[in-house]
Design a binder for this molecule. Structure first.
Ligand SMILES: Nc1ncnc2c1ncn2[C@@H]1O[C@H](COP(=O)(O)OP(=O)(O)OC[C@H]2O[C@@H]([n+]3cccc(C(=O)O)c3)[C@H](O)[C@@H]2O)[C@@H](O)[C@H]1O
Ligand SMILES: Nc1ncnc2c1ncn2[C@@H]1O[C@H](COP(=O)(O)OP(=O)(O)OP(=O)(O)O)[C@@H](O)[C@H]1O
Ligand SMILES: [Mg+2]
Length: 251
């Protein structure tokens, strides 16, 4: 507990340093009602009590997620915007689909993921729009387990300026949430990207955060072969997400 409080204080100090270095005015995060963004919202409010912002961005979302997001906002007292982006996201998606259909190029099988990733990228564009206007940096919510597996949308929720939870396992995110005083409803629900009805991270990935945490921490003897193979594959195919885009060598 004392150890976690110390790490939280150091992270808050690090956030202040990064803002100063960038000559920026404050920090902003998308607040989903999930645990990762809850922890980040509490951290940035601590770092910049007067210059921090949480943005709720519903897109065809389950109303319970917005309720949980409001519990986070009220719990830490951060300034916030409550936006419904269903229409703009749907307009982009339908414009693209109609145009592909006219050329007989549309692939129905990929609709679910196309829609899901566009939600993440519309949210990213929206948060940057607010950040530009306020002179804030955009704070990401990915933890070590998500970064290791590439479980985020490239340039969507992965498109951010700072990643304060990058060294934390999912278990540690929960521990920090308890110390910070995050609402129990947010702590007790299953992690979900909320990108389609009933989606949970663990179901989609086919393994558990406990197993991913174990791989990240090098406790490989605790990981069954089946889980190890899934996690290694996720890591391998997402390598490109952890680097700047490749260019050719100088010819
Ligand atoms: N080798 C390579 N080198 C360079 N680029 C490569 C590439 N392979 C694919 N790509 C590019 O990457 C794209 C695929 O990546 P991407 O668009 O990210 O899409 P993808 O990784 O297929 O899907 C995103 C995953 O993250 C999950 N997610 C998203 C958002 C939030 C959360 C959450 O936890 O809240 C989870 C989501 O459920 C899904 O499983 C391809 O369309 C292609 O453009
Ligand atoms: N409805 C939303 N409103 C605002 N931001 C969102 C919304 N949905 C997703 N995001 C942003 O995308 C990030 C990635 O989502 P992710 O599900 O990994 O994190 P989380 O919801 O905070 O935690 P959990 O892993 O417990 O679901 C969120 O932390 C948040 O910053
Ligand atoms: Mg979530």
């Amino acid at each position: 507990m004392k150890d976690i409080k110390l790490k939280i204080d150091k992270t808050v100090e690090w956030l202040r340093e990064k803002v100063k270095e960038a000559n920026s005015k404050g920090l902003i995060v998308g607040v989903s009602g999930g645990i990762d963004s809850a922890v980040v919202a509490y951290l940035i409010k601590k770092a910049f009590p007067e210059n921090s912002m949480g943005v709720i961005m519903s897109i065809k979302s389950n109303p319970n997620d917005r309720e949980d997001a409001l519990k986070v906002i009220n719990g830490c007292g951060i300034e916030f915007l409550d936006l419904d982006l269903t229409q703009p996201q749907d307009l982009i998606l339908s414009t693209v689909i109609n145009s592909l259909k006219e050329k007989n190029l549309y692939k129905e099988d990929y609709l679910k993921m196309t829609d899901a990733n566009l939600r993440a990228r519309v949210r990213m564009s929206t948060v940057y729009t607010v950040a530009n206007n306020l002179g804030y940096l955009v704070v990401g919510t990915d933890n070590a387990a998500e970064i290791h597996t590439g479980y985020f949308t490239k340039y969507g929720d992965g498109g951010v300026d700072l990643v304060p939870l990058s060294n934390l396992t999912k278990k540690e995110v929960y521990e920090w949430a308890k110390v910070l005083g995050v609402h129990k409803d947010v702590i007790n629900k299953a992690p979900s990207a909320g990108l389609w009805e009933g989606q949970t991270d663990e179901n989609e990935m086919g393994t558990t955060y406990d197993m991913i945490d174990a791989v990240v921490e090098g406790r490989l003897d605790e990981v069954p072969q089946k889980d190890k193979e899934i996690i290694d594959r996720l890591h391998r195919v997402s390598e490109h997400k952890r680097h700047t885009p490749a260019g050719p060598p100088k010819f």
